[in-house]
Ligand binder design. Sequence first.
Ligand SMILES: Cc1ncc(COP(=O)(O)O)c(C=O)c1O
Length: 376
Amino acid sequence: MSLFNVYPLFDITPVKAKDVYVYDENNTEYLDLYGGHAVISIGHSHPKYVKNISDQVAKMGFYSNSIQNPMQVELANKLEEISGCKDYELFLCNSGAEANENALKLASFHTDKKKVIAFKNGFHGRTSAAVAATDNPKIIAPINAQQEVEILELGDLVGLEKALAKNDVCAVIIEFIQGVGGLDESTTAFYETADKLCKKYNTCFIADEVQSGFGRTGDFFAFQKFNVTPDIISIAKGMGNGFPVGGILIHPSIKASFGLLGTTFGGNHLACAATLTVLDVIKEEKLMENVKDISTYFIEKSKEIPQLKNLKGRGLMLGLEFDFPIAELRKNLIYNHKIFTGSAKNPNLIRILPSLTVQKKHIDVFFEALKSELNS
Ligand SMILES: Cc1ncc(COP(=O)(O)O)c(C=O)c1O
């Protein structure tokens, strides 16, 4: 059987990884400034992570959500403490798309409405409602197109209020920093007014923190730079440092009832072991402070690149925008300099999404490589 060919692959085969490095079968070392798409948060193969997951699988890897699982309770408490999101409740699932799917479904149950507002260049996943709320017609199949979704320009408050005033919108879903789209952000006034408008019209404000959450921006959540109170916060990626896990934080105004949401694998013991370890390491190793320090350093170093048109993003969710397509440059960084970076929907933008443990010396290596490519 061959693989269903949906991914254009680089011809590299990583077989092991350690902190910010991955190694191929010939032991060639690659500097990973992509983090497997913003997933690696505490570093590849962190010793505590390896130990805790190994110990857990030796004891019990999985049981379904029909029994008591104190690890989920511990996880919810630790998440509340580190995020500062008081009194929210936690529902665990397995991926970012699933988190947003549950968020949108819950918003619809809660408000008894069904239309969704999303934004231009937003990305929310590939499942039914999540993909319909994603601004990319190429990945929306006819079966998904039945969802009622309106895509607005990021920052369009007039359009937002006009849509909400029709009183048929269950959710406004937004990335406070767009990931896949290319690191665009709107203004404080937009986010804070959008939050107020959602409250005025009984619409759930969903913060998609799948990529930007878990400390990546230097705050635990990207929305925390603003005075907003999302009704639902979706999480995944950095949460499990590679273990597939996702979830939603649910404001106490939304009430649970038996059977409202459910999953077989979500919140299993191994996923909890992975996520608890991530939370402990973020705290113990002061990784959110490291994010801020390294981000400041990166921004300074970027001033040495005259070809750079724009530096976008926050923390370690950064985008280097040029006035030419970066596909060739990115390929050269990989093959000539052994450095992984990311791309975006914006073809002129390189994305930087390293482990939150990355150090200044790694940033130096990147900028030397970038300079040598841009000047060659
Ligand atoms: C902001 C955002 N939301 C949702 C998703 C979907 O997550 P997953 O690929 O885990 O389904 C992604 C993935 O890139 C994302 O960046």
